[in-house]
Design a protein around this ligand. Structure first.
Ligand code: GDP
Length: 243
């Protein structure tokens, strides 16, 4: 999969400013400093596509990049940053929340976790909320070049043990390093598989007989979400946003 044609589309401060919903999207999110910009640059092979932040919280807007005019990468603001004015923090978190809850063409959400750390409260709270909204998530443990294999395994195990409280079926888990490029092919494979599954569903839909007016048409978001997520997230605890 070649992402060298990736181009910046726009930065959106809220859901209403996002591009139209015609293209499938894959979004990336994580705590500030988790390595999201570096990962996006590594995946696309473009050194400066997403800025690598000098200070936590540098990326504040929802940034859209179009790949081969066919699909989009979405760089979501990091959560948990402290150095942003309170009102900005509220605003951007609301925008991200709206995006994750209401974006019908979101095919996959890559949630980045720092592999060097034991489970962090803020990540766990965020993942609990994602379970509530049935977001189509994939977990990526970043910066693996900075951690021993034993510690990496222990941190992932501790994390997934907590996740099983909200995810009856665990999401797919990957590891990555922007330094060694570890995980690149696997993550691009996830995107490729989801795009193929999405394309395969399109002709199937047109084969179907016209829907009776009494039967509501299947919700496109639901179709998109099944591609990555399966029906893994049955449980819906308190949907209040924790962040
Ligand atoms: P963001 O705030 O999540 O976008 O994080 P950045 O991509 O800006 O990275 C934050 C810091 O971590 C920078 O100093 C990066 O050079 C460093 N970093 C990011 N990814 C890796 C990685 O895989 N390995 C190592 N060793 N450092 C990384």
């Amino acid at each position: 999969m070649n992402l060298s044609s990736t181009i910046f589309d726009r930065s959106a401060p809220d859901l209403g400013s996002c591009p139209d919903e015609s293209l499938p999207e894959f979004a990336f999110i994580g705590r500030s400093n988790v390595g999201k910009s570096s990962l996006l640059n590594m995946l696309t092979g473009q050194k400066n596509l997403a800025r690598v932040s000098p200070t936590p919280g540098f990326t504040k807007l929802i940034n859209f990049f179009t790949v081969s005019k066919c699909w989009r990468l979405v760089d979501l603001p990091g959560y948990g940053f402290a150095q942003v004015a309170r009102k900005d923090k509220a605003r951007f978190n609301a925008a991200v929340g709206d995006f994750l809850e209401h974006r019908p063409n979101l095919l996959g959400l890559f949630v980045l976790i720092d592999s060097r750390l034991p489970p962090q409260k803020i990540d766990l709270e965020f993942l609990e909320w994602l379970a509530c909204i049935s977001a189509p998530i994939v977990l990526v443990f970043t910066k693996t070049d900075k951690v021993s294999p034993t510690k990496l395994r222990a941190n992932i195990e501790a994390f997934t043990a907590r996740l099983s409280e909200w995810y009856p079926v665990l999401p797919e888990i990957f590891t990555s390093s922007s330094v060694t490029r570890q995980g690149r092919n696997e993550l691009l494979g996830v995107i490729e598989t989801a795009l193929s599954a999405c394309r395969a569903e399109e002709p199937a839909k047109s084969d179907q007989p016209p829907l009776d007016a009494a039967i509501p048409p299947e919700d496109p978001p639901a179709i998109a979400r099944k591609v990555i997520a399966g029906d893994a997230r049955a449980r819906r605890p308190n949907p209040a946003r924790p962040w």
